[in-house]
Design a protein around this ligand. Structure first.
Ligand SMILES: *Cc1c(COP(=O)(O)O)cnc(C)c1O
Length: 394
């Protein structure tokens, strides 16, 4: 294990956010927000241009075929914008769902009135290539496949290469929600084909919340003209206006953009996607091995664990109470994340943001203390949770 010097503590009294965004940001990112910018001014236009250029560069050397369009709002706004802008009115989407964000994409299409069908794998089983191939063969009306890269509700890293290969072998187009993975998990269009991918400011780039962005083929952005029934969520309009004026169409979140540029510079200085992914992976490894030593069981087998966030089953011990556990962890400086499974009792610990292996060791230490305080003898989950886990063919 590499010996990292400890990251500075977040500002006095602030707990670490072990959540998948908003997350713990650096002092420099926070400092960057202490200035007001005029949205029409040349300085801010240069910041917007830098933001777009840096994000495109994260795709790798084939980046010229792609362009970046930032859009105001949280991540869901840009997912909605992607589905609304790239799927034509006579199109149909195959939504690959294995958690809340896949379900939300299907809801979004339903509200928009766009044709779609869903492959629902339940709480955490991954969608696989052969089943996607079968579904696409059976339904020639499907024009697009929607996939979630890291499904943050369980933490599963979906097999995006396999999904892209099956999609393009069948002559369809892929739209990716890489909200919680982009910037830490490579997505090189020379290897993984896709039309568009979305992410947001407050995930692996380690900015603060306030906007999302799409990276899309320029040909797809051109072809998107007239598809959107929303004015503010129309990515073609946003793109065309930004190219023409260098400005955002409507009031941009100026402070958030300033913070994000600081975060992008830090991302590059750290060593880009590879280094960011390596730090997060080490965070996960330290956390998971420490928690397993305490008797905890992860929802997913090692093959499917992401570097982003990990789900643990709650201990079956009757003395365990998640609310008390949460409060005691918060008192020690760590904000955890409740589970999002429909059946088994679980909780999640995120390992992205300004946290490193030292922080993760401190988390495990605090968990051990809290279990002792609560009188929990053993952190093993209920046998039903484990049986259910065996039943889902992961
Ligand atoms: C965070 C996230 C989103 C967007 O959620 P918002 O709350 O709208 O920011 C979408 N998809 C995934 C996979 C996410 O992790």
């Amino acid at each position: 294990m590499t010996d990292l010097s400890p990251l500075p503590k977040p500002a006095l009294g602030e707990p670490y956010l072990l959540t998948p965004g908003p997350l713990t940001t650096s002092e420099a990112v926070k400092q960057a927000m202490l200035r007001d910018w005029g949205s029409w001014d040349g300085d801010f236009r240069a910041m917007t241009a830098e933001l777009r250029r840096r994000l495109c560069a994260l795709l790798g050397s084939d980046a010229e075929a792609y362009d970046c369009v930032p859009l105001q709002g949280s991540g869901s706004y840009v997912v909605e914008a992607m589905l609304g802008s790239f799927v034509p009115w006579d199109g149909k989407v195959l939504v690959l769902a294995n958690g809340a964000y896949g379900q939300r994409a299907a809801d979004t299409l339903r509200v928009m009135g766009k044709a779609h069908t869903m492959l629902d794998k339940g709480d955490y089983a991954p969608p696989r290539g052969p089943e996607i191939t079968r579904l696409l063969e059976a339904d020639p009306e499907i024009t697009h496949v929607f996939a979630v890269h890291c499904e943050t509700s369980s933490g599963i890293l979906n097999p995006i290469q396999e999904i892209a290969d099956a999609t393009y072998a069948a002559g369809r187009k892929l739209l990716i929600d890489s909200m919680s993975a982009f910037g830490a998990v490579p997505l090189d269009p020379r290897e993984i084909q896709f039309e568009a991918v979305v992410s947001s400011a407050n995930k692996c780039i380690e900015g603060v919340p306030g906007f999302g962005f799409v990276l899309a083929r320029k040909t797809a952005l051109e072809a998107a003209e007239g598809n959107s029934l929303s004015l503010s969520l129309d990515l073609h309009r946003q793109w065309a206006a930004m190219n023409k004026t260098g400005q955002w169409r409507f009031t941009p979140p100026t402070h958030v953009v300033a913070a994000f540029i600081e975060a992008l510079r830090a991302h590059e200085a750290e060593g880009g996607v590879a280094a960011r992914g390596a730090r997060y992976s080490e965070n996960r490894d330290v956390l998971v091995s420490g928690m397993r030593d305490l008797g905890f069981v992860t929802l997913l087998s090692d093959d499917w664990l992401s570097p982003i966030i990990t789900t643990f089953f709650c201990p079956a011990d009757p003395n365990f109470d998640f609310t008390k556990f949460y409060d005691a962890m918060k008192a020690r400086g760590f904000i955890l994340y409740p589970g999002k499974l429909t059946r088994a009792e679980s909780f999640r610990i995120g390992h992205i943001g300004q946290v490193d292996a030292h922080v993760m060791r401190a988390v495990v230490h605090a968990v051990a203390e809290v279990l002792q305080e609560m009188g929990v003898q053993c952190a093993a989950p209920a046998s039903e949770s484990l049986a259910e886990q065996q039943a889902e063919t992961v």
